[in-house]
Design a protein around this ligand. Structure first.
Ligand code: PMP
Length: 287
């Protein structure tokens, strides 16, 4: 993720990534009480563009607010810093990771000592380019009555790590997690869509992260004349699907080939997901 030359932004200064230091009594390190984002930049005709920067930094503000963390940088300042970060590191097609973490305090109430870090690196498509073999996870997504599921909180990702690790150990590529009512929710780091008889379907908001890529897919589907239904559904409905895909900033639009070894009816190239994956690439490289 970094080498000798890499620079990152830390609390108002540009520091060498290898010299970046943190307090080992950090509340975030001990309890996971930190918030973060995952953003991508792309080469466009007009130069490098941070895709939906405003939406990402608004979500960072939302996440911080939910965790009672005072974030001192505005959406605009964070956007400008992202561009400076890319320029200082000579990056164009990159993944940007802003992290808001807390300083020294072992109590269970957020300290006022808030740190902001931004780093970036070149990162290929997170889930790769091959059709993913999914398994239904034995882990549920966090319950909205036990945390703010729409906030991107560091600690929430222990659930994701457990789910992905279980899937890989069982010979699958990735997990698909259910919500507390046994409806399909999302992946460990991506939202999930399936298609059946020319209609797309995805879980409604409530028990999932409100993905920015998910929203982009809604916009692109409308342009293409594809209907998207937001509803609760069970794994059995997915077993009968014609196709499926994950959406996320890191994963982009990732083809899913099967769930629990039930393959989908259509070859990927014949699906709406395939067309949306192409439209997404076009979108991020032109906006
Ligand atoms: N769900 C989860 C749990 C995630 O971690 C992510 C990645 N941020 C997503 C969905 C997709 O969100 P986005 O499209 O905003 O990257």
């Amino acid at each position: 993720y970094f080498n000798k030359e890499t620079l990152l932004f830390l609390d108002g200064e540009w520091v060498n990534a290898q010299d970046g230091k943190t307090n080992l009594y950090s509340q975030t390190l001990h309890y996971g009480a930190g918030v973060f984002e995952g953003i991508r930049s792309y080469k466009t005709d007009k130069g490098v563009s941070v895709f939906k920067a405003k939406e990402h930094f608004k979500r960072l503000h939302y996440s911080a607010e939910k965790m009672h963390i005072k974030l001192k940088y505005s959406v605009e300042e964070l956007t400008d810093l992202s561009y400076e970060l890319l320029e200082r590191n000579n990056l164009v097609d990159a993944y940007i990771r802003p992290l808001v973490y807390l300083g020294e305090n072992m109590a269970l109430q957020p300290t006022e000592d808030v740190h902001v870090m931004l780093c970036a690196w070149e990162w290929g498509r997170y889930l790769g380019d091959t059709q993913l073999k999914l398994m239904t996870s034995s882990f549920q997504r966090p319950n909205p009555k036990s945390c703010f599921v729409e906030a991107k909180v560091s600690g929430h990702y222990t659930n994701s790590i457990l789910a992905t690790t279980e899937a890989k150990q069982k010979g699958f590529d990735e997990a698909l997690l259910l919500d507390m009512n046994e409806n399909v929710a999302e992946g460990p780091g991506a939202n999930f869509f399936f298609e059946k008889d020319g209609k797309l379907c995805t879980a409604p908001l409530g028990n999932i992260l409100s993905g920015i890529t998910r929203q982009t897919i809604f916009e692109l589907a409308e342009d293409l004349g594809f209907e998207v239904v937001e509803k609760f559904f069970k794994v059995e409905e997915v077993y009968q699907a014609d196709g499926a895909f994950f959406t996320g900033t890191a994963a982009e639009v990732a083809a899913v080939g099967s769930l629990d070894n039930h393959s989908f009816n259509l070859p990927w190239e014949k699906t709406m997901g395939y067309q949306l994956a192409k439209a997404y690439q076009n979108c991020v490289h032109t906006k």
